[in-house]
Design a protein around this ligand. Structure first.
Ligand code: PSU
Ligand code: MN
Length: 303
């Protein structure tokens, strides 16, 4: 990407082979309510800095794909009404000189172009329920099929069709490993009921898998599924009740396409009186810590 802007801090860390973790901006702009989103953006970066890892929050700022945001950039993604940008939106934002918050797909694409190997998010996008009729499948999946970056997430949100999402990841030949478990998580919940073939015991094993992955020359992303600790998960019965309500509301409002994920998340925060938001923040923090640990191991073995 010719126009890519990498902050001096991130560029130096990459140059010196120090650990760097990319963070996405759609979770800040469209996934979390204001003003908590701005605190979260700063806190997410601080979690990494406290570990000696350089945060690289990604967004498009005034038409420039940017890796590592300054204070103005963070204010833009937290406070301005900017577009939710997936990979296909990038050329349009660039040509128009507009800002956009990058999804997992667009963040992975831009971060990988800058040479960042680790990325932490909350939940991956996936196959939506009813996708056999709507064809609504997140470009997060198809992008990870062609983008060499390791993404740590708490699985996919239980609003999605988790079985279909896992099948698509298999078809796309994207490696999926559970972090310390083979139980695939469902974002707010520790377990989805789906079991993975493989677990990675710890950060150094994930780094070893990344190294072997490079050796195979395959070039896909790697998904690390990191369940929220049991004492932090959303109470399953309450979760089920609120989700049923949220689906009914989305149906009634006739929400379609890229508006579906933000609508459901916003509705669920309100209907749970903020409980889902606390869990969302906890699982994101948890994923960021794990991505930081993997980045540290990766910088050791790739030096
Ligand atoms: N999962 C979350 N919060 C989010 C998202 C996912 O818990 O904000 C965002 C991510 O940026 C992800 C995007 O890439 O939603 C997926 O949207 P879609 O389903 O429209 O591809
Ligand atoms: Mn979609």
């Amino acid at each position: 990407m010719r126009t890519l802007s990498v902050s001096p801090e991130v560029a130096l860390a990459l140059d010196e082979g120090r650990p760097v973790v990319a963070l996405e901006s759609t979770i800040i702009s469209h996934g979390l309510p204001r003003p908590r989103n701005r605190e979260a953006a700063l806190e997410f970066e601080q979690i990494l800095r406290d570990k000696g890892v350089t945060p690289a929050t990604v967004a498009v700022i005034d038409g420039i794909p940017t890796v590592g945001l300054d204070a103005d950039g963070l204010a833009t993604i937290a406070d301005a009404d900017i577009a939710k940008a997936s990979v296909r939106d990038l050329p349009i934002l660039l040509a128009k000189g507009l800002s956009g918050a990058t999804t997992v797909a667009a963040t992975a694409h831009i971060a990988a172009a800058a040479g960042v190997r680790l990325f932490a998010t909350g939940g991956l996008g996936g196959v939506h329920r009813g996708a056999n009729e709507t064809f609504d499948e997140s470009a997060d999946l198809s992008t990870l099929a062609v983008t060499n970056i390791t993404v740590v997430s708490a699985g996919v949100k239980s609003v999605l069709d988790i079985a279909a999402t896992l099948e698509r990841l298999e078809t796309l030949s994207v490696p999926v490993v559970g972090y310390g478990t083979t139980a695939f998580p469902a974002f707010w919940l520790r377990e989805s009921g789906f079991t993975l073939d493989w677990a990675a015991a710890d950060a150094s094993e994930v780094a070893a898998i990344m190294k072997s992955h490079d050796d195979t020359g395959h070039g896909q992303g790697i998904v690390v599924a990191n369940p929220i600790p049991a004492d932090q998960q959303w109470e399953p019965a309450e979760h089920d009740r609120v989700l049923t309500e949220a689906f009914a509301a989305a149906d009634k409002a006739g929400v379609r396409g890229k508006a579906v994920t933000p609508f459901l998340l916003g509705y669920i925060v309100d209907a749970s009186h903020g409980r889902s938001l606390e869990v969302n923040l906890d699982l994101a923090r948890n994923n960021i810590r794990v991505a930081g640990d993997i980045a540290i191991e990766w910088s050791r073995i790739s030096a």
